[in-house]
Design a protein around this ligand. Structure first.
Ligand SMILES: NC(=O)c1ccc[n+]([C@@H]2O[C@H](COP(=O)([O-])OP(=O)(O)OC[C@H]3O[C@@H](n4cnc5c(N)ncnc54)[C@H](O)[C@@H]3O)[C@@H](O)[C@H]2O)c1
Length: 413
């Protein structure tokens, strides 16, 4: 599979610029820190991207880093990395690495990202950008300094790369919805309903920064800002921790898989966050992030209502976008399903024939593609570290509002 049509480059990434073709490709060494859930997903992206998209540079899976020597070597073999390191500083120092891809918990993002940028490397960092606004500010400042040297830094808000959501952004920007009135987003999972699920790093503030808020809320805040094209101005929030103690973790956890023992420890983050917000353009927003919605596995759902129409999306049916055109005659108008698999849709020209849908993993291929184009063209990738910082500021305002029992709290720049 190759992008072939004249529009293939532009269609493959709304902000990415044209493909340069395969001539004169130079290798670009990638070094990845962390090799569990996101490490596997990013590896899939790096392995696949050059086999689907015509790229201006050739990503090389140079080395992966973890703290356990045996485990990281096994992960390197399994995921396709040429070498293994046990210290991220050694990874950054390698001459064969141009780009550092950070797939660790939030407590290490700032230190690794700033060190990598200062060492002259490009950076891709998983979301949320950091655990605090102060860390995110330091990262955004380091990214700005690095930008002057021709380096790029991007945050892994991969859902921007779901073709249906990139199409939604395009339709909003084209004015198909008219003036936006409501932006409604929920991100619902259920893996914490079981009170016996152990205390992994995601439930400890020191490691994760916050709970459902930073894990899931960060995604929907970023998506809302991306789709609206503006930043949230202020919020009123409630957060809750439903299960306050859990079994201590036994052994290593990976993603959402973990085993607990008999001893127990305190949950120090929120289990759920519900908040409303305002955009400067007058649109109202509502957000809900929870890991306690029994039966909902990865239900990132959104609806946008404008003066001329509405859009609706559900990540559990990610090849579809629902659109209601309110300018059509009432007698025949209504929500219709757009099957987002046409070559005219974002990213789709490079993939399968219409109707042969994509999945979760493809967002990481698109993310890699867009980042490589930004590196080759010297353009600022989106979402940038500045975008990640703006999300962090919303998360901080949510926590401040919730601590004051939902007092409206402006998002401070
Ligand atoms: N974009 C998404 O959809 C998405 C989904 C899940 C997680 N995430 C984000 O990805 C990041 C990682 O989450 P995960 O689910 O992959 O976690 P995980 O627990 O599955 O994996 C974390 C990895 O980091 C390694 N690690 C931790 N500290 C380290 C250190 N100091 N040096 C080297 N390696 C270290 C662990 O050994 C492990 O390999 C988090 O920021 C999380 O919020 C994003």
């Amino acid at each position: 599979m190759r992008e072939t049509g004249p529009d293939a480059g532009a269609e493959a990434g709304p902000e990415a610029g044209a493909d340069a073709g395969s001539a004169g490709k130079r290798p670009l060494g990638v070094g990845m820190v962390g090799y569990a859930f996101m490490g596997a997903a990013h590896s899939q992206g790096w392995r696949t991207v050059g086999r689907v998209f015509d790229l201006p540079v050739e990503p090389v899976l140079a080395a992966v880093c973890g703290r356990d020597g045996g485990a990281v070597r096994a992960a390197a073999d399994r995921l396709g990395w040429a070498a293994a390191e046990t210290d991220w500083r050694a990874l950054i120092a390698r001459d064969d690495i141009d780009l550092v891809d950070i797939c660790t918990p939030g407590d290490s993002h700032a230190e690794i990202a700033v060190a990598a940028l200062e060492a002259g490397k490009h950076v891709l960092c998983e979301k949320p950008l950091a655990n605090t606004v102060e860390e995110a500010e330091a990262m955004a400042e380091a990214a700005e300094r690095a930008r002057a040297r021709g380096q790029v830094a991007m945050v892994g808000f991969n859902y921007r790369r779901v073709p249906a959501l990139a199409l939604a952004r395009r339709m909003v920007a084209e004015g198909r919805l008219g003036a936006l009135r409501h932006v409604r987003l929920t991100y619902l999972q259920d893996w914490l309903v079981d009170a016996g699920f152990p205390l992994t790093w995601r439930l400890i503030k020191e490691h994760a920064g916050s709970g459902a808020l930073g894990d899931l809320g960060a995604h929907i805040v970023d998506l809302a800002q991306y789709l609206v094209g503006e930043r949230v101005a202020g919020v009123s929030a409630l957060t809750e921790t439903f299960v306050r103690e859990r079994p201590l973790l036994e052994g290593a956890s990976s993603g959402l898989t973990a085993a607990g023992g008999a001893r127990r420890g305190a949950v120090t983050v929120d289990d759920a966050a519900v908040f409303t917000g305002r955009f400067p353009n007058g649109a109202l927003a509502s957000f809900e992030a929870t890991r306690f919605a029994a039966g909902r596995k990865n239900a990132l759902r959104l609806e946008l209502n404008g003066s001329d129409g509405s859009l609706a999306f559900d990540l559990e049916r990610l090849n579809e976008l629902s659109f209601h055109d309110h300018t059509e005659p009432a007698a025949s108008s209504g929500f219709r399903r757009i099957l987002v698999t046409e070559p005219e849709h974002p990213y789709l020209a490079a993939w399968w024939p219409p109707g042969h849908g994509l999945g979760y993993e493809h967002t990481f291929v698109h993310q890699a593609r867009d980042l490589l184009h930004a590196i080759a063209t010297g353009t600022r990738p989106e979402p940038s570290f500045a975008d990640g910082l703006s999300v962090q500021r919303v998360l901080a305002a949510v926590e401040e509002s919730a601590a004051k029992n939902s007092v409206y709290t402006p998002v401070t720049a």
